[in-house]
Design a protein around this ligand. Sequence first.
Ligand code: C2E
Ligand code: MG
Ligand code: MG
Length: 611
Amino acid sequence: MYYKRLDPDKKDILLIDDTPENLRVLSFILKTEGYNVRKALNWQMAMTACQIVLPDLILLDIMMPDVDGYEVCRRLKSSDITAEIPVIFLSSLDDIFDKVKAFKVGGVDYISKPFDFQEVLVRVQNQLVLRTAQVEILKLKNELEERVKQRTCELEKTLQILQKEIASRKQMQGELLKMVLHDSLTGLPNRFLFSQRLETSLNLSKQESNYQFAVLFLDCDRFKIVNDSLGHLVGDELLVAISQRLQICLKESDTLARLGGDEFGIILDKLPDINAAIQVSERILEKLSLSFKLSRYEVFINASIGINWGNKEYEKPEYLLRDADTAMYHAKALGRARYHVFDPIMYQEAIQLLDLENDLRRAVEQQEFVVYYQPIISLITGKVSGFEALVRWKHPVRGLIFPIEFIPIAEETGLINAIDKWVLRSACHQLRIWQDYPTIPKNLTISANLSARLFSQPNLIVEIDQIIQETKINSASLQLEITESVIMENTHTVKTVIQQLKDRKIKLIMDDFGTGYSSLSYLHNFPLNTLKIDKSFVKIMDKNPENMGLLPAIIGIAKSMGMTVVAEGVETREQLEKLRSLNCDFAQGYLFSRAMEPELVVDFLNADPQW
Ligand code: C2E
Ligand code: MG
Ligand code: MG
């Protein structure tokens, strides 16, 4: 109600004067100029007028009874509502007009009586324009403040959103970094992070003379068997359990990482000497040797550990790990479930091995192999019953190389498949040639060695069929020698393959029996035709002629299972006679002949040796 205007287009002027005449004259002048004019004779009326409508301008007489103009002005200025209304004082010439006081109490101008109409209008208009401008400025200021407030509010909101975004990005970045640097299964650092830590340790050892460390490369033994027999989920569960057990053996500042598969890397920090690394390795092996109780199975696992001392002379961290890996391989070769400390000689050996591997690849491409044949003698007839095909490598520089030197590498690299197939084909060809000789018995057999890898090849049978078809040999003359690992590593497929071979009358020989798992129990599940007893058993007979060890028992059990028995490594007459007395069926060894080139075989047979 205060701010309601009488006529919104007209400026409202309040005249305060105790002289009605003055009010009349001024009112007249101003009205003719189009202003809305109201009149008040004293403070009370002025107050009431202001309460009804707030005027745009006040013209105020100084000399008034009761409350004079200065006091009225002071009161107007002291009220929030009326403080901003400009006040022009009206003064008569005979008044004692104190201009300074008038301005001090808040007046903006003054007009002297008698009034000069033009002057009144100009001064009134000036003040109104000023007032309008002030109001406008105030409005703009308020609007501006409001906008600033709004913008600040918006900015604050945006800032909050941004801060949230930054926080979530940081978290995401952290998670990504963790993913990039860690193994998802075990949560351990991965190979990449391990390399970084290794580099840090190496640099530290170069900078600080008393900082020493060691690198361990740990590989689980026969982990594949767990995966193949119990499934990958169990394998994964076991890996997590292994990583937890490893962690217990280490101190806070050490690094444990999963390098891939069943391989773990460890950096042992701040070590006094190599013995400290050996002690940790022993503790790890001891802890791992205890059974793992998984959710559905109880599993036993061993590991082989390569230890490498953090020599500061190493140029690159990878070399440190490489040598720990080499040492681990030595631990495996020495029988697994043990540690081995790296020796620089191993590196030289590893390099030679690599050269050999490259050479071997070339040899496979260029077919630098030859097959030698060693006779197998029937102890019933005393005559040759067949031959075992044994491969040799005709190395262009080194001459004849024996399988002991290259078969393990061929097995590791997978080249063995190509070699074995080639040997098998050559041996079958050779048998065909011999069978065409009239003097040579038609039931002569040929044995070829088959690696575990080749045995698990899905197209093995197809290829064997092809070879038999090509060479037109009687498949019943063919014998394949496999080792115990073939059965251990291929338990799923082996039964089918054995059956397929049986269907073709191809015989299966368990080679080197006694050197591996020597489990007679699986022979029940996987009935083979022949058991070939390893030469080490034959040797034992010499040492202790009275006690022939397990030999009689093994022969007895094999025969009771319907298998024939071959003894290999027979070098003396005594051995031969003992084996004969034990009812061993066949024998093979230097006593009869070493493996020979195929050209010598015909003469050997024609001599018709008899034992
Ligand atoms: P193996 O299959 O057990 O072959 C018998 C090995 O014993 C042969 O060695 C043979 O020369 C040797 N030997 C024979 N009689 C005697 C003896 O009276 N005394 C002694 N001390 N040794 C005797 P070789 O030819 O060096 O072959 C070694 C091994 O290499 C073989 O053992 C076999 O496991 C592997 N091998 C040979 N040729 C092949 C092949 O074509 N494929 C595969 N996968 N392995 C092969
Ligand atoms: Mg053999
Ligand atoms: Mg053997």
